[in-house]
Design a protein around this ligand. Structure first.
Ligand code: SF4
Ligand code: SF4
Length: 98
């Protein structure tokens, strides 16, 4: 299935605001994708143009299985949505997040 994150049959509701792809100045692992202003060079119309080949750090499923395996999936999604809100509001503390 394309363009959505699904874990254990549950879909992550992404509103495609694109903000998580505009904060690359804070993400060391994505510097080769950074246009220089924090925006990913693969972000087009708020969508990832390499979605099926995007790096692992951009994959909700990967991050779940790597770092949060065993957490209730709804709880994980709730946590991600909280981070989405913080990113959109410019209130995220990147040092504590990554
Ligand atoms: S910040 Fe959250 S809602 Fe916005 S595009 Fe990224 S994952 Fe989707
Ligand atoms: S590779 Fe895709 S998902 Fe990852 S930051 Fe760039 S546009 Fe966003």
């Amino acid at each position: 299935m394309d363009e959505i994150t699904v874990i254990n049959g549950k879909v992550f509701e992404c509103n495609q605001c694109g903000e998580c792809c505009r904060c690359l100045n804070h993400i060391d692992q994505l510097q080769e994708y950074n246009l220089g202003n924090g925006v990913c060079k693969f972000l087009e119309n708020n969508k990832c143009s390499i979605y099926n080949e995007r790096p692992n750090i951009c994959r909700g499923e990967y991050l779940y299985h790597m770092y949060y395996e065993g957490m209730d999936v709804d709880e994980y999604y709730h946590m991600l949505h909280h981070y989405c809100d913080l990113i959109r509001g410019g209130k995220i503390d990147w040092k504590k997040t990554l």
